[in-house]
Design a protein around this ligand. Structure first.
Ligand code: AMP
Ligand code: GLY
Length: 429
């Protein structure tokens, strides 16, 4: 099969790696990165120009396009390519609103009885009402810009004053037009988990649950980032919790989307908060998550390309992949010192080969070629994944491999996966 992957991060490197595992697949990628181009051929096109993508697919006989990030999906790439007769793994523009409009997603969940935080949506025109709503809520208070804001559109205000200030900043254009509508919701306590569901419009396959680490410092301190590491399977999602998530969230979501004439085809990313044995949806995303993908996909055996292709064609092959038994994966992100604020780049990276030889899988994100070497070019530089028979051994392998990789200003958290180790037996119900 010939597959074109769109995107350039660690998630796409992991996707390309999983799709390429089946011997006879030919993979193209754009914009890609040096790690991706060790496994895939560069497609010299601008993926924001959908017509160029379609022409490339026709010229090279591409069987399926796999979309990594949310923006092209929200912009309608899936609809455009499908009209040209090209199979796409990724939802339509309408279905992508589960991520691209938080107000849409919340109203959808209420319509279909899917458990989520209580909320209300507000527009610039009713700012006074929004201020009064904030005054009536206990703190912390969660404010969300409706539209896509590169993962930065969620504010957790600790005080009422902070909530009012954030509201006014958002309405004054802090997130551009993404903040013209704002969702204000109750703060949920509990433990977070990410569940990826590969969907064909109605039927689905649930992949092993993962846990992300969004804050920059150990102990979940400091500002939010794109994600500093992940591990899978996350013990918080026990078999009985998984069943609850399937019955209370995944089935009603897919049925609701189909009934409302926007069947969901692609990866539904269910971001959950779990408390007292009950899951609630914090957010939906309409694509694989980063860095969870760099852990989750290393746990799959079989033909991942068949899983995505059969879903894209509307009849998912549920036995295309299996989950490797009794195995854990842990991905540690190596970042540039200063991230998510300002940082320097252009530093040579060494040790990737050694880390690989030691049994790690190295996924490149913020890297580029320069004068024949690979140098840093972004905040999150590499994802280093280790696997093992226990969560502890997967964590150890990831950190041993991460230590073999060197570049100036390298920074990583030292506690990825710890939450999974610390989970009390009573919480694993
Ligand atoms: P998002 O950008 O929607 O992924 O939200 C970023 C992070 O904000 C989530 O991963 C949660 O940690 C946190 N968050 C979002 N909504 C809530 C909520 N209602 N209660 C508690 N935490 C939340
Ligand atoms: N790991 C969170 C995300 O991809 O949005």
């Amino acid at each position: 099969m010939k597959i074109l992957v769109i995107g350039s991060g660690g998630r796409e490197h992991a996707l390309v790696s999983a799709l390429g595992k089946t011997g006879n697949n030919i993979i193209y990628a754009t914009p890609g990165n040096p790690g991706i181009f060790e496994l895939a051929t560069e497609a010299n096109i601008n993926s924001a120009h959908f017509d160029e993508v379609a022409v490339f697919c026709k010229t090279y006989g591409v069987d399926m396009v796999v979309i990594g990030p949310e923006q092209p999906l929200a912009d309608g790439i899936s609809d455009y390519l499908q009209k040209k007769g090209i199979a796409v793994f990724g939802p339509s523009e309408m279905a992508a609103r589960l991520e691209s409009s938080k107000a849409f997603a919340k109203a959808f969940m209420v319509r279909h009885g899917i458990p989520t935080a209580k909320y209300k949506e507000f527009y610039k025109s009713n700012v006074d009402e929004a201020d009064r709503f904030i005054d009536a809520l206990p703190t912390p208070i969660v404010l969300k810009a409706d539209g896509l804001a590169a993962g930065k559109g969620v504010i957790i205000a600790e005080t009422h004053t902070e909530a009012h200030d954030s509201l006014h900043e958002m309405f004054n254009g802090q997130f551009s037009t993404a903040g013209d509508t704002i969702v204000i919701e109750e703060f949920l306590e509990g433990e977070e988990a990410s569940v990826f569901v590969v969907c064909d419009g109605m039927d689905f396959v649930v992949l092993p649950a993962a846990q992300d680490h969004k804050r920059i410092f150990d102990g979940d301190k400091g500002p939010n980032t794109g994600g500093m590491g992940a591990y899978s399977p996350a013990p918080i999602v026990s078999p009985s919790m998984r069943d609850k998530i399937v019955n209370k969230i995944i089935r009603p979501t897919l049925k609701g989307m189909k009934d409302e004439n926007m069947p969901f085809v692609g990866c539904l990313f269910v971001g959950l908060m779990i408390k007292d044995g009950e899951p609630k949806v914090i957010e939906f995303n309409v694509r694989f998550g980063d860095p969870e993908t760099e852990a989750v996909l290393t746990l799959l055996d079989g033909d991942f390309s068949q899983l995505l292709y059969s879903a894209a064609k509307g009849k998912i092959n549920k036995s295309a992949v299996s989950v490797i038994r009794d195995t854990y994966a842990c991905c540690v992100i190596l970042a540039s010192n200063g991230y998510p604020g300002t940082y320097n780049k252009g530093y040579e990276i060494s040790g990737i080969g050694e880390a690989y030889a030691h049994g790690g899988e190295i996924f490149q994100a913020g890297t580029k070629f320069f004068n024949g070497t690979i140098v840093t070019s972004g905040g999150r530089v590499l994802g280093v994944t280790g696997r093992g028979k226990t969560l502890q051994s997967a964590i150890d392998k990831a950190y041993e491999c991460a230590d073999l990789i060197k570049f100036e200003g390298k920074y990583n958290r030292t506690d990825i996966g710890k939450k999974g180790l610390n989970l009390k037996e009573t919480e694993r119900k």
